[in-house]
Design a protein around this ligand. Sequence first.
Ligand code: DP6
Length: 330
Amino acid sequence: MKATAIAPANIAFIKYWGKKDETWRLPVNNSISMNLSNLTTTTTVEFAEKYAEDIVIIDGFLSLADSSNQMRERIVTHLNQVRELAGIDLPAKVVSQNSFPMETGLSSSASGFAALTVAAVKAAGLSLSKKELSILARLGSGSACRSIPDGFVEWHTGETSEDSYAESLYPPEHWQLIDLVAILSVKRKQISSTQGQRLAETSAFFNTRLERIEEKISQLKIYLKERNFPGFGELIEAEALELHAVMMTSRPPLLYWYPETVALMQAARSWREAGLPVYFTVNTGHNVHLICEKKDVDSLEEKVKKLDFVRQYIINQPAKGARTVKQHLF
Ligand code: DP6
């Protein structure tokens, strides 16, 4: 009863921010994302009598079973869902390895819960459809449901748990987009997405956002279909700024950006004015995703390398969704 899965993080072009049902993680709006080839989590799960209790090891660190450890709690709750579905009562050992720094706005909860879902389901001897896996991953972290299907993905908000899941809009080959993730600091954010989203409705701009979101989604889908990069880029950049406008006007306000975040946004705009088509997007955190087409990635990389405040960068292509692999981590 042991299995391993790898799952990509994803970058949302239309963001998920605000839940209409917190327990079931039902979002207020649909969201659209792309899976990222080089931001991944690999997770091995084994259910066995020999473990006295659930053991959770993330990036080499053992998560202790004290009440202050929220991530361990979320993982154990998720394992309980799988145990219930499979009708088993065995403790589990979970070992998880991220290819990138956690909790810095790079969606480690998306790749983490997608990999955990696929590995735990297989280890428990269940066989679920992609839709069922997406629903289950969503219960761990909303954005994780988008890391199950391949390539470019839409999450349908749904009215109940059974119809809130993500589906592939296009396979990874549809468009050679690049997401250069610039890591400006590996400091963990102080307010998680789950906590931050609880404040969404306190922003005076939240309803205005929702009034216009469907039109925005339809427009984005057209740009995506036609591979219209300038239209696409303008829209996703405005969407990221709108998300942060809602965050900054929540009560209490959320300000995730660092001076370096703004500096890189300004740099991207100046590169664009000088003829390099590149746009930015930012999630809950300070690190910046720079989006360009593959033909421009070398020029972009050259520019990013010259910025001394960029500590590290990771170049991603569109990727397949979560899948099992043969090699276990323990
Ligand atoms: C800004 O999926 O991390 O990255 O469901 O509470 O775990 P929970 O939230 P999470 O929120 C992601 C927020 C976002 C936008 C997005 O990825 O769509």
